[in-house]
Design a protein around this ligand. Structure first.
Ligand SMILES: Cc1cc2nc3c(=O)[nH]c(=O)nc-3n(C[C@H](O)[C@H](O)[C@H](O)COP(=O)(O)O)c2cc1C
Length: 156
């Protein structure tokens, strides 16, 4: 029997749509067919270096604000980057961005920071851009499910 692994979801969800997205990610990752994966969801302000160090994989969710990730998400990296640097290299990681019209600045910033951390991008990130579409919920649900399934299968 394999030990339970922890999938940590750190998401900034300041609107009804982004809250629904977070719920969908968690639902996907908590699919009953996936055993031995515990999903922990934390708001950025609650996230401490220990939460990241004890994770086996991470999904980050943010809005794009003013061409960059949400300030609260940047604050996670500001507080956790150095405390995590030595112990989280190789961390399986992906992210999703809810962007009103762009998302590229946020994607570049997250990729640059997580390159510094030596995290591994194991799933293509999602940029959910433009007017709200219900389909976004299916996409983030699949992202959550794929990460959890990969973690369970030991292929991440
Ligand atoms: C102050 C502010 C700045 C924003 N800047 C950007 C931006 O630079 N690029 C972008 O694509 N969307 C931008 N947006 C749109 C947000 O990404 C969007 O409102 C957020 O993802 C919530 O989406 P929702 O309306 O589906 O809940 C901005 C929104 C606010 C309130």
């Amino acid at each position: 029997m394999s030990a339970t692994k922890k999938l940590l979801v750190i998401a900034h969800a300041p609107s009804e749509n982004t809250r629904k997205m977070l719920e969908a990610v968690i639902n996907g990752a908590s699919d009953p067919a996936i055993e031995n994966v515990e999903v922990q969801s934390l708001a950025p302000l609650e996230t401490q270096p220990e939460d990241i160090k004890s994770a086996d994989a991470i999904i980050l969710g943010t809005t794009e604000n003013l061409g960059y990730m949400a300030g609260l998400v940047k604050d996670v990296f500001d507080r956790c980057y150095y405390p995590c640097l030595d112990q989280t290299q190789g961390m399986p990681f992906t992210f999703y961005i809810r962007a009103g019209h762009d998302g590229t600045g946020t994607r570049q910033a997250i990729e640059s920071i997580t390159t510094g951390l030596r995290w591994r991008w194991v799933q293509e990130p999602l940029i959910l851009r433009g007017e709200w579409q219900e389909e976004f919920l299916d996409q983030v649900k699949e992202l959550g499910m794929a990460m959890a399934a990969g973690l369970e299968a030991g292929v991440l």
